[in-house]
Design a protein around this ligand. Structure first.
Ligand code: SF4
Length: 194
């Protein structure tokens, strides 16, 4: 078994925080393990918990649509994960101690997948990975650097579903990702809309 499979097994059996008591399934993450882009969200919701897969509800469908317009998909270009791997009850925000307990798994995923670009989806991802005091509305759309990797913070797809007005700025953020992908990974990357 290689390191990635070992990590997956470890995460799937984890009982290090209280979220293990109420989860149905652990959501390790999904996508290419050689992805050049990682999308990181907050944590599993109801459908993700039921299916053991990330971003499968309405937000996930919207994320897939956005990725598709960018010419990306989960199989080839992107790995999708979360700050916490188990669903917080009633979709509450993960508590700081839950985030802290789970985050080493995400660090390990990032190390093993080794993406060139990380897209942080929403405030919890931003606070969990970069800075607990950072505000998504202030920093979204601007490239940041974290441990030698490029980070693009943007809105969580669920925020776009709640507020149509955020769709335009979020799209601008994803256009920057496509452009950076062409610069760093594949200059001939095809996207129908940007
Ligand atoms: S949320 Fe993370 S730390 Fe907590 S039980 Fe699940 S995998 Fe383990």
């Amino acid at each position: 078994m290689d390191d990635f499979e070992q990590l997956k097994q470890e995460v799937n059996q984890c009982t290090q925080c209280v979220l293990s008591k109420t989860r149905t399934n652990v959501v390790f993450g999904e996508g290419s393990r050689h992805a050049e882009i990682m999308c990181i969200g907050e944590g599993p919701g109801y459908y993700e918990d039921q299916q053991g897969r990330p971003f499968v509800g309405k937000s996930g469908q919207l994320l897939d649509k956005i990725l598709d317009v960018c010419g990306f998909n989960r199989k080839e270009h992107v790995f999708i994960g979360n700050i916490v791997k188990c669903r917080p009850p009633n979709n509450r925000d993960p508590l700081p101690e839950e985030r802290e307990t789970c985050i080493p798994f995400l660090y390990k995923q990032i190390e093993l997948i080794d993406p060139k670009i990380i897209i942080l989806l929403g405030a919890t991802a931003l606070k969990g990975l970069i800075d607990p005091n950072a505000k998504i509305t202030k920093v979204r759309g601007e490239w940041m650097e974290w441990n030698g990797r490029l980070i693009m913070p943007t809105f969580h797809p669920s925020a776009l579903l709640r507020n149509e007005k955020l769709k335009r700025p979020a799209w601008e953020d994803f256009k920057k990702v496509v452009s950076k992908y062409r610069e760093l990974v594949n200059e001939n990357h095809y996207s129908a809309h940007c």
